[in-house]
Design a protein around this ligand. Structure first.
Ligand code: AMP
Length: 591
């Protein structure tokens, strides 16, 4: 790799590429590309229907791919279980029959709450085969975020483990009137007997291995992914079966998947990356995926990369920064000759992290950008492209991205010149675009202006067409790559009898990007104390779970509010960071 000035550009040459990249000539491929033709490659036109699980799994039956390992599951204790494409086809058929036998049909919601165990993946694919809608939940959520999402999504079925059920679900069952069936996996992966639930292993054994996949249409709902906004409840982003065409194309270009790859996507399926690229995309390409049940551990991760001979690795900036903390020396105790491409998503990837990849892994890290709503990667640094460390790269073929500014009349215009900040907008029409926020039409409509989808991210584009992330246009928090809605945290805090009002911000953190910090004022009769602070932290953690709860709580006599009564999180953040307070003309007197 030729490096001109550090942190400015990494030039790629043919010798940097160990295989011919799928996206060799950026401009030519963009000119040639069409979604229609890509769908036809997957047989959409000929078949006339599309079901993600059929494309991902059954399509490979009768081809050499059927005997290949689809998933290599590595349990926390290191035990390995290989599931071939053929075995996955059969197991997912059984799960589809489990649903059918329970009377669960097309369009009905099947929620998944488990660590990265085989049953989660089998259930996701089986539910898709049945035409049911899959809604994955993050296992580090506490009962409150789980209840909100299960209720909003009108869950009919929940697949979970015995211990998660006992700890997080049993207490909220009474508030979930639509939930008809809970299917449990034993904590050792086997059977369970908990009253009021079904034992999944028994139901699977009793079900047929043959199943006729539901002939869903490209616009039929397939997946429901929850995401957070600044205000109000979480939003259920609706994704459709036709999205598979985008998963296929984007994994080809931005992850450069080739048939003999061993791919490892470290994201949890509770977040969109773990589903789109942890389940669907690698299967569409017929590659072998590594799935590690355990959480981050630097030594374990290097050992996995080495022992499993991972060739393409898709991870996240927080993980990279945690590896950086461990030092390059630790990385260099492992030999990674199979590794040929590393990509990252979810939060800004600092230039130092890109360079660290070169030093520690022998490869730069390729940042890419997308979000729950886009369903798939939109902007990326691809293998053949020069990397400008700190940039998210360029729009993939099939994607038109713009930097726009709002006019006074509420419409948007292109900022026109490079180097000008504006909101990132995408021209609608790619197949994995979300089709709604479930039951929240108004919120959905507000995301569009004409044929543009407005992403809520502030960016700049440079003269070479590379996009640079500037920040979010709203107050949502990104912690360890997970999007957290401040309103959800504030709501849990004000449930506590001592709390009068709460304002929640993301506090910059060198490793996880942002940590959740809450400011609270107390009701009359309560006095601030260390003991109360601890009680509030524990209350939030119990309600929200470790992934969402604040790490820090500070007491304030009153929170800054606008005259219309909204808590000014922006001001809390500016004060926290010692930055100028900006326009405070709407601030309520005395705050
Ligand atoms: P989510 O919907 O949870 O996947 O979060 C999407 C948001 O994460 C985006 O709107 C961005 O704010 C942020 N994000 C994702 N990828 C990147 C990236 N490569 N650089 C900076 N921010 C990113």
């Amino acid at each position: 790799m030729a490096m001109s000035m550090r942190a400015s550009i990494i030039h790629k040459t043919a010798s940097d590429l160990r295989v011919r990249p799928n996206l060799a000539d950026y401009e030519a491929e963009r000119a040639r590309f069409s979604w229609e033709a890509t769908g036809a490659e997957l047989g959409l036109r000929a078949r006339g229907w599309v079901n993600i699980a059929h494309l991902a799994v059954d399509r490979h039956l009768g081809t050499p791919v059927e005997d290949r390992v689809a998933f290599r599951f590595i349990a926390r204790d290191g035990r390995r279980r290989d599931v071939s494409y053929q075995a996955l086809a059969q197991a997912s058929n059984r799960f589809a029959n489990v649903l059918r036998n329970l009377g669960v049909g097309r369009g009905e919601r099947v929620f998944l709450l488990a660590s990265r165990i085989p049953e989660l993946y089998i259930a996701a694919l089986g539910a898709l085969k049945n035409g049911s809608v899959v809604a994955p939940l993050f296992p580090a959520f506490g009962p409150e975020p789980l209840r909100t999402r299960l209720a909003l999504g009108e869950a009919k079925v929940l697949v979970t483990t015995e211990s998660l059920y006992r700890r997080k679900v049993a207490g909220i069952l009474g508030e979930l009137p639509t939930l008809a069936h809970v299917l449990l996996v034993g904590d050792d992966g086997g059977s369970t007997a908990v009253s009021g639930t079904h034992d999944l292993a028994t139901l699977m054994q009793r079900s047929d291995v043959r199943f006729d996949v539901e002939r869903t249409g490209a616009d039929d709902m397939a997946l429901l992914h929850f995401t957070s906004g600044t205000t109000g409840t979480p939003k259920g982003a609706v994704h459709v079966h036709g999205a598979a065409v985008a998963h296929y194309a984007t994994a080809r270009y931005a992850l450069d998947l080739h048939a003999d790859d061993v791919f490892w996507c470290t994201a949890d399926p509770g977040w969109v990356t773990g589903t789109s690229y942890g389940i669907v995309a690698p299967l569409l390409h017929g590659v072998t995926s590594i799935v590690d049940e355990a959480d981050f551990d630097a030594e374990r991760w290097y050992a996995l990369l080495e022992e499993q001979r991972v060739s393409v690795w898709y991870t996240a900036p927080t993980a990279v920064r945690m590896l950086m903390k461990g030092g390059a020396a630790l990385a260099q105790t492992h030999r990674l000759p199979a590794l040929r491409f590393v990509a990252s998503v979810g939060e800004p990837l600092n230039p130092e992290a890109v360079w660290w990849g070169e030093e520690a892994l022998g490869l730069p890290i390729h940042d890419n950008w997308w979000q729950t709503e886009t369903g798939g990667i939109m902007i990326a640094n691809t293998p053949a492209m020069d990397i400008k460390p700190g940039s998210m790269g360029k729009p993939l073929p099939g994607i038109d991205a713009f930097v726009v500014a709002r006019r006074d009349d509420g419409t948007y215009e292109d900022v026109g010149k490079p180097g000008v900040q504006g909101e990132l907008a995408l021209r609608v029409g790619w197949p994995s675009m979300f089709r709604g926020y479930l039951n929240q039409d108004e919120r959905y409509r507000k995301c569009f202006s004409g044929d543009l989808y407005l992403t809520g991210d502030l960016v700049e584009r440079d003269a070479d067409g590379y996009f640079w992330f500037v920040g979010r246009a709203d107050d949502v928090i990104k912690s360890a790559g997970h999007l957290i809605g401040p309103f959800e945290v504030e709501s849990a805090l004000i449930e506590h009898p001592a709390v009068a009002e709460a304002g929640v911000i993301g506090k910059p953190d060198p490793v996880v990007g942002e940590t959740v910090k809450a400011f609270v004022s107390l009701k009359a009769g309560f006095v601030e104390s260390e003991d109360l602070r601890m009680q509030l932290l524990a209350h939030a953690r119990r309600r929200l779970g470790a992934a969402v709860a604040p790490k820090e709580i500070a007491f304030l006599a009153a929170l800054p509010r606008t005259r219309s009564g909204k808590i000014m999180r922006r001001l809390l953040k500016a004060r926290e960071m010692g930055l100028p307070e900006g326009d405070t003309s709407t601030l309520e007197a005395g705050a």
